[in-house]
Ligand binder design. Structure first.
Ligand code: COI
Length: 371
């Protein structure tokens, strides 16, 4: 089967082995870096020169390869295309002031990827394949890591089930890959949010806590509907009563109510354990700002808004980092938040996190992984 996964359009010019994880590297003959306009970087449009690929077969991971970015050839009967056994992660590399690429918290993404893998009956990915593989890939494509503020190299590890079989059962063959793409800001302005009380993202016992592809596929239709109404993203609510908030679009969500920052807790399998979410909670608590993880009801948000204590709201995620929310709408009710420029907490977090991620500030948490 492996031999049949042909990579098209590749010109292998060099074969070499690199330390740590033993990766076979086939370097591209001529870089496509000239296609990158550092002044106009759009999320997910352009992919760097190389990608990492590793196969799992007979209950073992085979040797990883780094090869030129190229299309894949797969059987139309490949499992993930039919039954969605597919998971992914999102990680970012930044350029530090010395011009070196650094990766933010890749071990945390590795842990989460394996949580997703277990739930989706997929094999766990060894840490050296995930982290060392990523480091070697970023090192090779270091020229693709942009350096201006607000830019980064978005790293997309993912795993798909690749049995050529349309019977329904957990697959036995898998592909793990990492592709990378230069990224600019995900949202150009504060987002406007619609509180969803018809469609549901996640139930207890479901897969809401994973980065399974299906979690994103199922959100397309409801998101398309609210975009037609003029909103940017959905605030997902629980599936039983539509009373408690869960996540916003593809991000975790935070509110500043009075002097306390609140975010939904992780109990119940419905919330993704975001790496940015954890970074934000850590920084807030270190700064002495009260941060609570607990259920948050729409009624509580409405009451806080009426009382004038709903001061700030923002989403967090790898792609968007910290995305301020301009307004929340629930049916006919609009909650317009104070001007983002006046926010103290979110604006402090945005700067603090950026300083750590770009290596401008000492990394006292062990979050920065050198390439
Ligand atoms: C991320 O923030 O990495 C995400 O998962 C969002 C992505 C689906 C663009």
């Amino acid at each position: 089967m492996l031999a049949k996964l042909i990579l098209f359009n590749t010109q292998f010019s060099e074969i070499m082995s690199v330390s740590a994880l033993d990766v076979r590297v086939n370097k591209i003959e001529k870089s496509r870096i000239h296609q990158l306009d550092p002044k106009n970087i759009q999320f997910g449009k352009l992919y760097s020169d190389h990608m990492l690929i590793a196969y799992y077969e007979n209950k073992a991971w085979k040797q990883a390869e780094i090869v030129p970015f190229a299309n894949l050839s797969l059987s139309p009967a490949t499992t993930f295309m039919h039954y969605g056994q597919a998971i992914f992660e999102g990680v970012k590399a930044y350029k530090n002031p010395q011009g070196e690429p650094i990766i933010f918290r890749p071990h945390d993404n590795w842990t989460r990827m394996n949580r997703s893998a277990v739930r989706m009956a997929m094999p766990e990915v060894p840490v050296d394949l995930f982290v060392d593989g990523m480091r070697q890939l970023v090192e090779l494509d270091r020229d693709w890591v942009p350096s201006s503020d607000g830019t980064s190299l978005y790293i997309r590890p993912f795993m798909i089930a690749v049995d050529e079989f349309i019977g329904v059962r957990p697959a036995e063959k898998f592909m793990f890959m990492i592709i990378t793409s230069p990224a600019g800001p995900y949202y150009s302005k504060p987002v406007s949010i619609y509180l969803e009380d018809r469609y549901v993202r996640a139930f207890p016992g479901g897969i809401g806590f994973t980065k399974a592809a299906g979690n994103y596929g199922m959100s397309m239709y409801p998101t398309q509907e609210i975009k037609k109404m003029g909103y940017d993203q959905i605030l997902w609510t629980d599936g039983f009563e539509h009373k408690y908030v869960q996540e916003i679009g593809t991000m975790n969500v935070f509110f500043l109510i009075g002097d306390t920052v609140v975010t939904p807790d992780l109990n119940g399998d419905t919330i993704l354990e975001g790496v940015t979410r954890d970074s934000v909670l850590t920084l807030l608590r270190e700064k002495g700002i009260k941060a609570e993880e607990r259920p948050i009801s729409i009624d509580e948000l409405k009451a806080a808004y009426k009382a004038g204590t709903l001061r700030e709201a923002f989403g967090t995620g790898t792609a968007a980092s910290i995305a301020p929310i301009a307004e929340l709408t629930f049916h006919e009710e609009h909650m317009v938040l104070p001007a983002v420029e006046s926010w103290e907490v979110a604006n402090w977090l945005i700067k603090e996190l950026a300083d750590i991620r770009y290596g401008r500030k000492e990394d006292s948490h062990g979050w920065i992984c050198k390439v």
